[in-house]
Design a protein around this ligand. Structure first.
Ligand code: PFF
Length: 460
């Protein structure tokens, strides 16, 4: 397709794909699940999952996209076979649903940013009940709709700008800033008293404390954090030129994503562990740690907290934006490639439709009764929690399973060989990759689904 927009270089792809991977999963979910799974051993298992399941599937997705040079529906159809087009369709649906509530949490980071700015300039009052304050924010439907609007507006504007001039340009600016802020925070955290304890918690494995559930959670998170199982990497791969190496790019993206998750966790745990009694008090909800406990701690025990707190929430917002952009791009590229809609029109229409879902999720956190209380999955009341459960437990694992089966068993070996062995292959062993996508990944993802279906497990 000569007119297809492409990344300007291999680096352009790496930054955009790393931008997709690095997001709330790294800064919000990973630290939280590491905490609840008792650190060390869980982190090791997670790293194993990233390497033996995440990386091979990442390579497979990029390969399908680059080969097809079209969005996931058409890509699955042309590279794997007609019957596989619905798997691409499932990805588009997952992108739509995930973005519906992801943009809301992303909006909370803007709110925390503004809140911190207020504290930095106006002074922090330790007497405020931050849990109640967060609850009031969550159940304020109007505020939720406004925060969601800000984020969906930004996301839509970037995607409407195009692959090179929108998505890549924003990633080229935001990712280096994000790395810089993280470096400052990390260096600063090593000067704090809790850093030793934080490092021990994260890196000292105690396998006696690891539970089966933790292993599955690590696996599920490997998918989420690498943006796998819903066509995002197929879509970004479809804008990659044949000149660039798939394997090398996938390796760098996976490495960056993993490092950022670990650095963010070190920073957050150091801040928490540096203050007496906080380790035991971390909120029970996912939201708790990042949006309730942490903001105030910056003001009560972190050197230069006044400057670092707003910077930290700016980092969260930037990371979230490059991820929401990739989610919208999956949906938009479907309408462009399959239905011939112009990019501007597709971006606007999809952005508005998804924002409709964001509003519904925003009023399902307590402001409107019916939509906040209904329960389809046990213990998951309201639309927001229902969709979160649906994506993490069903859509991503099913999408991931079908993608890895497609890559391992249904794409002719000659095709995958030609795609993967065309460049610098010093660090790549085709046989090993093939073994992982054919046997290890399907077995691993199949196990997740088994537990979800038959044992009622929950990874959201
Ligand atoms: N990888 C993102 C994160 O860790 O926050 C979430 C995500 C983005 C998942 C894009 C899937 C996706 F297609």
């Amino acid at each position: 397709m000569p007119n297809r927009d492409h990344w300007s270089s291999s680096l352009g792809f790496v930054l955009a794909a790393a931008g997709s991977a690095i997001g709330l999963g790294n800064l919000w979910k990973f630290p939280y699940i590491t905490y609840h799974n008792d650190g060390g051993a869980f982190v090791l298992v997670y790293l194993g999952c990233i390497l033996v399941v995440g990386l091979p599937i990442m390579i497979a997705e990029i390969m399908i996209g680059r080969k097809a040079q079209t969005s996931p529906v058409g890509a699955m159809r042309s590279v794997v076979g007609r019957a596989w087009a619905p798997v691409g369709g499932l990805g588009v649906l997952s992108g739509f649903v995930l973005l519906g509530f992801y943009s809301l949490v992303a909006g909370w980071s803007l709110r925390s940013f503004v809140q911190c700015l207020g504290w930095s300039f106006g002074g922090f009052d330790p007497a405020v009940d931050l849990g109640a304050d967060f609850g009031a924010m969550a159940s304020n439907g109007g505020l939720q709709a406004f925060l969601g609007l800000l984020f969906m507006g930004l996301t839509t504007a970037v995607v409407a700008g195009g692959v090179k001039n929108g998505i890549e340009r924003v990633a080229r600016i935001l990712l280096p800033v994000l790395f810089g802020i993280l470096a400052v925070l990390l260096i600063n955290s090593f000067r704090m008293s809790g850093s030793g304890e934080a490092l021990r918690f994260i890196f000292e494995p105690d396998f006696g404390r690891l539970q089966g559930r933790g292993i599955l959670e690590a696996l599920g998170h490997a998918f989420f954090t690498l943006s796998l199982g819903m066509g995002a990497m197929i879509t970004y791969g479809s804008y990659m030129s044949k000149r660039d190496s798939i394997v090398k790019a996938a390796g760098v993206v996976v490495l960056l994503d993993t490092l950022i998750a670990l650095f963010a966790t070190i920073i957050m745990f150091t801040v928490i562990f540096s203050q007496p009694g906080m380790r035991e008090q971390i909120g029970k909800s996912t939201a708790g740690m990042l949006f309730i406990t942490l903001p105030s701690l910056f003001y009560t025990g972190v050197p230069l907290g006044n400057v670092l707190a707003p910077l930290f929430y700016m980092l969260v917002a930037f990371a979230a934006l490059t991820s929401t952009v990739s989610l919208l791009e999956v949906v938009v590229s479907y309408f462009i490639d399959e239905h011939g809609v112009s990019r501007l029109r597709a971006s606007l229409l999809c952005g508005i439709a998804i924002y409709g879902l964001t509003i519904l999720c925003g009023i399902s956190l307590g402001s409107v009764d019916g939509i906040s209380n209904f329960e389809i999955f046990e213990g998951k009341a309201g639309l927001f929690n229902t969709l979160d459960h649906l994506v993490a437990n069903w859509l991503l694992p099913v999408g991931g399973l079908l993608t890895t089966l497609a890559a391992g068993w249904f794409i002719p070996k000659a095709v995958s060989r030609a795609e993967l062995l065309d460049r610098d292959t010093r660090f790549f062993h085709y046989g090993a990759w093939s073994f992982f996508v054919r046997f290890v990944s399907p077995l691993a993802v199949g196990t997740i689904l088994f537990f979800v279906i038959f044992k009622g497990a929950d990874f959201s």
